[in-house]
Write a protein that binds this ligand. Structure first.
Ligand SMILES: Nc1ncnc2c1ncn2[C@@H]1O[C@H](COP(=O)(O)OP(=O)(O)O)[C@@H](O)[C@H]1O
Ligand SMILES: [Mg+2]
Length: 166
């Protein structure tokens, strides 16, 4: 079973009267345990592709299978269930929750995954330790540097131990 299988995925954006073709019939397969780098010049469609694979956006055309489930056939709610369960996404612009501490930001996805409280505590403690940010756990995102916020974003995505980290 492939982790990811894209079949002829296209993504078009409407800009006023113009149509921008960000992706044209992209097909690819990624197995569990594989490391994949997507490279290309600015504007070549990398973010468009990552947003579709990460289930943050829909393709205009084509089929997307995640662990053999047809993501293109799912409703919003089912798709967000899959996202919560299986995907750790590191956002370029961090997207930490400003009202939550570092600790709580890392813990939040685990709550959505229905991880038990005691297990959650152990997982967050482990991640704080591995990322060497134990001393920052009570701080809010605005009290951190950009680099530290990025680190917390990566820690949050990692804590989920998701089969797809991106
Ligand atoms: N929301 C959007 N609306 C209109 N055009 C977009 C949008 N997002 C991306 N594009 C266009 O799609 C193309 C690919 O963009 P993008 O996927 O962000 O590329 P990359 O991440 O490789 O720099 C670009 O021409 C960009 O202008
Ligand atoms: Mg980009």
């Amino acid at each position: 079973m492939n982790l990811i299988h894209l079949q002829q995925i296209s993504r078009r954006y409407q800009m006023g009267g113009e149509t921008v073709h960000a992706l044209r019939e992209v097909s690819l397969e990624i197995q569990r345990g594989e490391y994949v780098a997507i490279m290309g010049p600015s504007g070549s469609g990398k973010s468009s592709l990552l947003n579709i694979i990460g289930m943050l956006d829909d393709a205009s055309e084509g089929e997307y299978y995640f662990l053999d489930k047809g993501v293109h056939t799912l409703k919003e709610k089912q798709r967000s269930q899959l996202y919560k369960q299986y995907i750790g996404f590191v956002f370029q612009a961090y997207h930490l929750i400003d009202e939550l501490t570092v600790y709580e930001n890392i813990e939040t996805p685990l709550i959505y995954q229905n991880v038990k409280s005691s297990e959650r505590q152990a997982m967050v403690a482990d991640i704080l330790d591995r990322f060497q940010i134990v001393g920052k756990k009570g701080l809010f995102p605005t009290q951190l540097s950009g680099g530290q916020q990025q680190l917390v974003g990566i820690a949050r995505a990692t804590a989920k131990r998701a089969p797809l980290m991106m």
